[in-house]
Design a protein around this ligand. Structure first.
Ligand code: AKB
Length: 307
């Protein structure tokens, strides 16, 4: 199997690729990103997903059979530059799907996000089917990407799959301009003996997950028997929910000298539109989603690795 990963140098890509490499062999992976860079053991090609011609050529010439399309502009950066977010998230997804359809790719995996929800969405234990009216460019484009994946599956028989990620917490690469990035920044500051100014309010509760669980959920969904999948692009995954204040309190138990001040900015308005927790029962039922890390074990593991 030959696997293409877009957005390979991002927070998700740089951790997914080593896992895919160990599972399927590093030779089977082609990593692309709009930036120059290297990832150990895999061939890296600089490529912009908004360029349909280069994407089609790459997928055809390399005989790609499966795609993990991770390239995206996240929520906070998307509000700073909505034109870029539209171009990368919308045109990039269209291009991936069209190039995959035209070159007999077997499967396309596209992560979605809690960003698809809007101010009218209920707050607690939100199931995949609910009121969904996003008001950010990130949310609008990711919701449209979910529908595009469904369309390419129904219309062209391309096996598209996707899941909605909550905030993802990881230590090995920096977060990429999202609203939930505060959690990583706060843990990093605590681990390094620095103080931290948080850009969300103390009580802004959001669903979250540790990166090893995010990676295994992507791989499990991609490997699931298609007959057991009742949903296509919008499976929910999440492991726990917490507020910045609760994270601060947990960090203070482990680093009593650590201090945080709260100075909410424009990202608080984005967080206000998102749910506090997700119902993940359909992912557990259909493809065995079961996160290994809880809130406390995630913090301990993060601190261990950063220190
Ligand atoms: C963001 O904050 O933009 C992302 C997300 C929740 O999709 N981490």
């Amino acid at each position: 199997m030959k696997i293409l990963v877009t957005g390979a140098l991002g927070q998700l890509g740089s951790e997914l690729i080593p896992s895919l490499g160990e599972r399927y062999g590093f030779d089977s992976i082609l990593a692309t990103d709009v930036r120059e860079g290297n990832l150990k053991g895999v061939r890296m090609v600089k490529m912009d997903v908004t360029s349909l011609d280069s994407l089609k050529k790459l997928i055809r010439d390399e005989g790609i059979e499966e795609v993990f399309h991770l390239a995206a502009i996240l929520s906070a950066n998307g509000e700073k530059n909505p034109d870029l977010a539209y171009s990368v998230n919308m045109n990039g997804t269209w291009n991936i799907l069209a190039a995959s359809r035209d070159n007999d790719v077997k499967k396309v995996i596209i992560p979605s996000t809690i960003g698809v929800f809007g101010p009218d969405t209920p707050k607690k234990m939100v199931p995949p089917e609910t009121i969904i009216r996003p008001r950010t460019m990130y949310g609008i484009t990711k919701l449209a990407s979910e529908f595009l994946g469904q369309y390419f599956s129904d219309r062209f028989g391309l096996d598209c799959r996707g899941l909605r990620f909550p905030g993802l917490i990881s230590y090995s690469s920096p977060p990429g301009g999202g609203t939930t990035d505060y959690s990583i920044e706060m843990i990093m500051a605590a681990a390094r003996g620095q103080s931290y100014q948080c850009f969300l309010k103390e009580d802004a509760r959001l669903p979250m997950m540790y990166m090893p669980d995010a990676i295994s959920s992507l791989i499990s969904l991609s490997e699931a028997d298609p007959k057991s999948l009742k949903r296509r692009m919008d499976y929910h995954v999440s492991a726990f929910s917490f507020t910045p204040g609760e994270l601060y309190a947990e960090l203070r138990k482990r680093r009593p000298e650590f201090t945080v001040t709260f100075k909410p900015d424009y990202r608080q308005e984005i967080a206000d539109q998102w749910p506090e927790s997700l119902d993940v029962s359909e992912s557990a039922r259909d493809w065995g989603f079961s996160p290994a890390y809880g809130f406390s074990s995630m913090i301990d593991d993060m601190l261990k690795h950063i220190s």
